[in-house]
Design a protein around this ligand. Structure first.
Ligand SMILES: [Zn+2]
Length: 293
């Protein structure tokens, strides 16, 4: 009987230790302020981040060059370019928590003259806003921050990489998928081909509903932490829906609007409003007095 008890004690020790360890691991996660999203998708790991970022960088350059050829690239002294860059500067420091690579990214923000109601952030932090989205929707700084936060969130959560990772498996590239799964990440040259082929579609990539919802939530948290009013998410989508009654915004083709989206943003406001209030108070206490003493 004594033997039996000892065995029980030994058997129990492991789960108790495991419980304590997992409780310790969970505690800080519970204490975290802000939105709750799941783990990053493991599919992303099937495509090397560096390859995708390089592809994105090349495509971004191409977009900028084409715009410049058409005299449609906003110069650095343009008021809207300065405004976009100032908003990005506030948001970027809060991105590192979501993806450690982001601190090494060579972030770029550019404005392209086009009536398209569109904006994007490519993997590696390459952002473009079209003049159409700012002008047609008469975006406030808070609304710009919500669009930017949303697009940045796609890049941080590596949704493009996840989509590509999934299709390396589902497109019948079973050999490739198998090789990758066994740990040959980045060695097979066919992988680079896959990235290059699919990279061509980086801009038209349509994310799933889950990724969209994640980008909405992470985006509004980023914006709130940076001191932008997350309630602008609601007005942004209202404006977007209203614009949809005329010529459908490009952005809506990849970002289905609707009341569910607005409802989800509203439901998550209580999680991010305290972050926004705190950021605003911090900014107010930093601000120099109106008149020098
Ligand atoms: Zn999106």
């Amino acid at each position: 009987m004594v033997m039996g008890k000892q065995i029980w004690a030994q058997r129990l020790r492991v789960p108790v230790v495991a419980l304590l360890l997992s409780a310790a691991a969970i505690a800080p996660a519970l204490a975290r302020e802000g939105v709750e999203v799941g783990e990053r998708s493991g599919f992303a790991d099937l495509v090397p981040a560096q390859d995708l970022e390089q592809t994105a960088k090349a495509q971004y350059l191409q977009i900028l060059n084409t715009a410049a050829e058409h005299r449609a690239l906003g110069p650095p002294d343009n008021a809207q370019v300065r405004r976009l860059r100032a908003i990005a500067q506030k948001i970027i420091p809060f991105t590192f928590e979501w993806n450690e690579r982001a601190s090494q990214w060579k972030w770029e923000v550019n404005l392209v003259g086009s009536n398209q109601i569109n904006a994007f952030c490519m993997p590696g932090g390459k952002i473009v806003f079209y003049t159409g989205i700012i002008k047609t929707l008469a975006l406030t700084d808070d609304e710009v921050a919500m669009v930017m936060g949303h697009e940045i969130a796609h890049a941080l959560r590596e949704h493009a990489r996840e989509r590509m990772g999934k299709s390396t498996i589902t497109s019948g590239a079973a050999r490739l998928g198998g090789a990758l799964l066994s740990g040959w990440l980045g060695i097979d040259p066919r992988l680079t081909d896959t990235v290059a082929q699919q990279g061509a579609n980086l801009l038209t990539l349509k994310f799933g509903r889950e990724d969209e919802s994640e980008a909405d939530l992470v985006g509004m948290e980023l914006a709130a932490r940076a001191g932008f009013d997350p309630r602008a998410g609601v007005s942004l989508w209202q404006k977007m829906s209203a614009a949809n009654k005329g010529a459908p915004p490009q952005w809506l083709s990849t970002h289905p609007s609707g009341n569910t989206r607005i409802a989800e943003i509203e439901a998550n406001l209580p999680k991010v409003m305290p972050l926004y209030e705190r950021a605003r108070q911090a900014k107010a206490s930093e601000a120099p007095p109106d008149k020098a003493p």
